[in-house]
Design a protein. Structure first.
Length: 402
């Protein structure tokens, strides 16, 4: 069959019309979300960045203003300029109502004199960029040390950088052959990186020349790494080889202690901050799955709510029953595990199942954040201020909300 220029023109027009329709749907959904903001949020700040960021991290501390009406919280973001401009790691801050701080009642008991949290999209004048570090490439991933004194960045050139936030010292850790997105601290003095070269490296902070241990059991890009800080010898990883693996730093890195083959590629893994046997994964099946490592072959529970690949998951350390997932579908979903025991039938993909799903929403689904108009790249939970969240996306938006 010969394809004519007319056929190509018709196909191109159909693609353009489909794209325009999707954009129209996205814009309509965003308008609906914006109208409901006063009902859904205690406070929300939206800031338009010059370039999209792939990573965001809260710094743990916060400070009160002189009049105690607001608290200043700090965050770190990276830039993704696609080689159109210089890239930076940026330290920023935003002021939020002081009533959101956990120690507010003790700092200023005169509650009547304080402005209550706003439930509208606020003026972005409270955003500040305090300092920045120039990069040779885009930042794919950030992580803050448990003591809040150092930050790691994993860049698109495969180099991991550490930054001392107290004296601005920068150290480079070079091993990986390609870029990576898997990065986590392993205590205050060591960290783990996983790259698209399929290798996982365990580093000592004071030995930048070479990793102290390598784990080479994956056959595809390493997408994410996680561990429980109370059980620092064990960590989990997910990869493009469709496996979930758990590794023991006390053993040889050639064979994982646990290996689970998945039907779909998993993009994210997060080990529970308190229960070391509990972990969750999310991936290209659009599903978040909860597992017990003692019976890792069958998930304890699956969470249905996303319409595209799950890009990341994170536990709320201030509320360990809360799990948050974000996705290519532009949504961030908060799951409440206290409703795990409530009966729920999984959708199976057919029409009748979809109708049932429309009636019976997952009882663990607590909240959907719809403030982004493009894929969500990263998300973080403030370590000290309960339920204070931050997210960045390909729409150039940085959003701070509760």
């Amino acid at each position: 069959m010969t394809i004519t220029q007319k056929d190509l023109a018709v196909a191109e027009r159909e693609i353009v019309e489909e794209h325009q329709l999707k954009e129209k749907v996205v814009n309509e959904e965003f308008k609906i979300w914006k109208k409901t903001v006063p009902l859904l949020y205690d406070t929300i700040h939206t800031y338009v960045l010059d370039y999209p960021s792939l990573a965001i991290k809260w710094l743990p501390d916060y400070t009160y203003s002189d009049n105690k009406n607001s608290v200043n919280v700090k965050f770190l973001i990276g830039t993704n300029t696609s080689h159109n401009s210089s890239n930076y790691l940026k330290l920023g801050s935003v002021n939020i109502p002081s009533t959101l701080a956990p120690d507010f009642s003790t700092v200023n008991p005169d509650v009547d004199s304080i402005t209550v949290p706003s439930s509208v999209i606020e003026d972005t004048s409270d955003f500040r960029i305090l300092s920045k570090w120039k990069q040779t490439s885009e930042i794919n991933k950030l992580d803050i040390s448990p003591n809040g004194k150092k930050v790691l960045s994993f860049n698109s050139d495969g180099v991991v950088h550490s930054y001392d936030l107290e004296n601005n010292d920068v150290i480079d850790y070079k091993y990986h052959k390609s870029e990576g997105y898997a990065l986590t601290w392993f205590g205050n003095d060591s960290f783990i990186s996983g790259s698209n070269d399929s290798q996982i490296a365990l580093w000592s902070l004071d030995k930048p020349s070479t990793p102290i241990q390598l784990f080479k059991s994956h056959n595809g890009a390493v997408n994410d790494i996680s561990y429980n800080p109370n059980f620092v010898s064990i960590f989990g990883s997910v990869s493009d080889d469709s496996s979930t693996q758990f590794h023991d730093s006390r053993a040889s890195g050639d064979n994982p202690v646990i290996k689970q083959e998945n039907q779909h590629i998993q993009m994210a893994i997060s080990v529970h901050p308190e229960i070391e046997t509990l972990y969750a994964t999310g991936g290209k099946d659009n599903v978040v799955s909860l597992y017990d490592i003692r019976n890792y072959k069958i998930p304890l529970r699956k969470f249905f709510g996303h319409n595209d690949s799950v890009a990341g998951i994170k536990w709320d350390v201030e509320d360990p029953r809360t799990l948050i997932s974000w996705s290519l579908d532009k949504r961030i979903i908060t799951w409440d595990l206290k409703d795990l025991e409530e009966e729920y039938a999984y959708p199976d993909g057919n029409e009748n199942s979809r109708r049932r799903a429309a009636v019976k929403i997952d009882p663990c689904l607590r909240f959907i954040h719809g403030g982004h108009t493009n894929r969500v790249n990263d998300f973080d939970v403030h370590p000290k201020i309960r339920s204070l969240y931050a997210s960045v996306g390909d729409d150039n938006l940085l959003e701070v909300w509760k």
